[in-house]
Write a protein that binds this ligand. Structure first.
Ligand code: FEO
Ligand code: CA
Ligand code: CA
Length: 631
């Protein structure tokens, strides 16, 4: 979701209040230390040559990078402020599918007056496309994709202010979210959805799910409808995604708290109340109003229901009859995505960010190794959850969240992972969004999107958010990308070294830390990195969800966008611009790598149908005109 990071102050007022500038700040010190370790991560430190050099201005930084030859096969494009998508010359984009498009035979096309019926809403491509992955199932090209939240005024155009009028409106919203799995095929006119494929499937806020792992069956998971605490309904606020080595889809439940509300003051015991506080579950909810029409979401009646959301859910795209499984061993928090890889001994490693100001980066390591062809059903149930601690000396460690270390049971650590992580002094981060693991180097990246509270106030658990380490800017409105390389080239090792791949900023407005790192220049301005994936050639694709006002501190940034980054030289170039108001999020490739699929979420403009039509979140397919691979 778009998080505004500024108030209505002028740029100068904002600057003065939020950016006090001591002679030497933590950013200078971190940069200096990083420079003294040049040689780490392949010999090139991609971020600044020191804050002082940044203050020397834009020319010195762009001149240095211009000497590095570009690895990119495209000519970068300018920032845009219009209502459509742009890609470089030699590439073409086409719409694949938009909110409201039928995924099954016999379903009506979107009715622009009503925004579609509640009954059809679970048979169409849902709202707000987000994380997605592609799969090849018996030679069929399949996409699994998240539908994160709803834009009520767009989806309920006949309800005043988008406020649900009845249980039917609520059901429609519930049905438009969740996950879609569907087959696509490429014809002479491009890619289309195969509506009669047996693999097509929609999962919604009411679809049956299993709970597995340490929290399954715990008293905190039990409800009137499910006294076993092992069977829940629905997957919620599905944000980023992941893919396991055995070909299943991981969907990540992020801002699940917003769906719950209370019609009366809930009577909560101390533990549950503390969890509500830390996870932001409040009586008023976030405007979905489910609790007024569907008692399951009324916490005064069903206080444990929120414990059954906030998980990573594993879905088998090859078996539309399978029941998705909520893997509680991977912790409960506002899951952004799940970046899975293998340690040298075959154990499964999953990196995960918790996207809220001052929350943490986590890692799960399975107990057993992945063996191709063997049973994978317990791999994400048995293992150890860790949280990251970043040291200012550019080292860090994964701290195991164990009952011995924390004084909570395994089930409690799973359900209240945030509190467990706070107890071991995890590093509060600038809103961890996607983690991406490189397929060509043993390193991982995490987009830290922005954090207006850095150096200003504590996180929701009372943990300090000091300026420093990988979060070196107070009231960080631009964001940065941190990367780490595990010790011994082993993603299961407990130690790592880190650096900052890029600090976003604006060197046309600022000449200090807020100018950004050396690899930021007038030609590639962006803020709020969010979606991220590294392609088969090692290029980092960075998607943004930030301030697209194109004014003041964000002058020249234009609409949200997607950029390509070279991890070795540090070079970053703009590849795509989205329509006004949209967020660019979700990326995957066809099996032959000749098509890149990208998600365009919540456009303001009537994209892609044009004037007078509803704005529709869409997946687009991008190809090179010479049909060469695109990643
Ligand atoms: Fe759904 Fe943190 O983005
Ligand atoms: Ca996101
Ligand atoms: Ca975001």
């Amino acid at each position: 979701m778009n998080e505004m990071t500024r108030t209505k102050l002028t740029a100068d007022e904002w600057d003065e209040i939020n950016f006090p500038r001591p002679e030497e700040n933590e950013f200078d010190r971190v940069v200096e230390r990083a420079l003294s370790r040049r040689g780490f991560l392949g010999g090139v430190l991609a971020f600044g040559s020191g804050a002082l050099a940044m203050r020397a201005g834009l020319l010195s930084s762009t001149a240095a990078l211009a000497e590095e030859p570009s690895r990119f096969a495209f000519q970068p494009i300018p920032a845009a402020t219009d209502n459509t998508v742009h890609v470089p010359e030699g590439y073409t984009w086409k719409r694949l599918v938009s909110w409201g498009d039928p995924l099954f035979p016999g379903v009506a096309e979107l009715d622009q007056e009503s925004g579609g019926s509640a009954d059809d809403a679970d048979k169409v491509f849902g709202e707000n496309t987000d994380g997605m992955e592609s799969f090849l199932v018996d030679g069929r090209q399949v996409i699994a994709v998240n539908h994160e939240y709803t834009n009520n005024e767009v989806n309920l155009p006949q309800a005043e202010g988008g406020v649900p009028r009845d249980a039917g409106d609520v059901l429609k919203l519930q049905n438009l979210q969740g996950v879609a799995v569907f087959e696509i095929e490429e014809g002479p006119d491009g890619w289309t959805v195969v509506t009669d494929s047996p693999l097509n499937r929609r999962l919604t806020h009411n679809s049956p799910m299993k709970l597995s792992g340490p929290a399954a069956g715990h008293d905190l998971m039990k409800t009137e409808a499910d006294p076993s605490g092992t069977e829940s309904l629905g997957t919620f606020n599905n944000c980023g995604s992941g893919k396991t080595p055995w070909g299943t889809y991981l969907t990540c439940e992020e801002n699940f708290n917003g769906y719950f509300g209370a019609t009366e003051e809930p009577q909560l015991d101390e533990t549950v109340a503390a969890g509500y506080e830390r996870y932001g579950i409040a009586a008023e909810g976030w405007g979905y109003d489910y609790h007024k029409w569907d008692a399951r979401f009324d916490t005064s009646k069903h206080p444990n229901e929120p414990h059954r959301a906030g998980w990573i859910v594993e879905i088998d795209p090859s078996d539309p009859g399978s029941t998705p499984v909520k893997r509680t061993a991977l912790g409960r928090f506002k899951h952004e995505n799940a970046a899975a890889t293998l340690a040298p001994d075959g154990r499964v490693v999953v990196y995960m960010g918790d996207d809220e100001r001052g929350e943490f980066i986590y890692r799960f390591v399975s107990s057993a190794p992945y063996v191709p062809g063997a049973d994978t059903s317990r791999l994400l149930d048995e293992g150890q959850l860790y949280v990251a601690r970043f040291n200012d000396d550019l080292t860090g460690e994964w701290v195991a969240l164990t009952p011995e270390a924390i004084g909570m049971s395994d089930a409690e650590i799973a359900i209240f992972s945030r509190m467990a992580a706070s107890r071991v002094g995890a590093t509060t981060m600038d809103r961890p969004e996607w983690v991406a693991v490189s397929p060509v180097a043993i390193e991982a990246y995490c987009a830290l999107t922005n954090n207006k509270n850095r150096g200003v106030k504590t996180n929701a658990g009372g943990d300090e958010q000091p300026v420093g380490g990988p979060n070196p800017r107070e009231a960080n409105e631009y964001g940065q990308i941190v990367r780490w390389r595990p010790m011994n080239d082993d993603h299961a090792a407990d130690g790592f070294e880190w650096d900052l791949y890029v600090m976003a900023g604006n060197p046309t407005v600022h000449d200090d830390d807020y100018a950004g790192s050396k690899n930021i220049n007038e030609g590639n301005l962006f803020n709020s990195p969010d979606g991220m994936a590294i392609d088969s050639t090692g290029i980092v694709w960075i998607q943004t969800d930030g301030d697209d006002s194109n004014e003041e501190d964000f002058a020249g940034h234009g609409n949200n966008q997607m950029l390509a980054g070279d991890p070795v030289s540090g070079r970053i170039e703009r590849f795509l611009t989205g329509p006004k108001g949209s967020e660019v999020t979700g990326i995957c490739w066809s099996a032959d790598r000749k098509t890149m699929f990208v998600g365009i979420q919540h456009p303001d403009a009537p994209f892609p149908d044009g004037e007078g039509k509803l704005p529709r979140s869409s997946i687009i397919a991008i190809k090179r005109d010479d049909n060469a691979p695109v990643g």
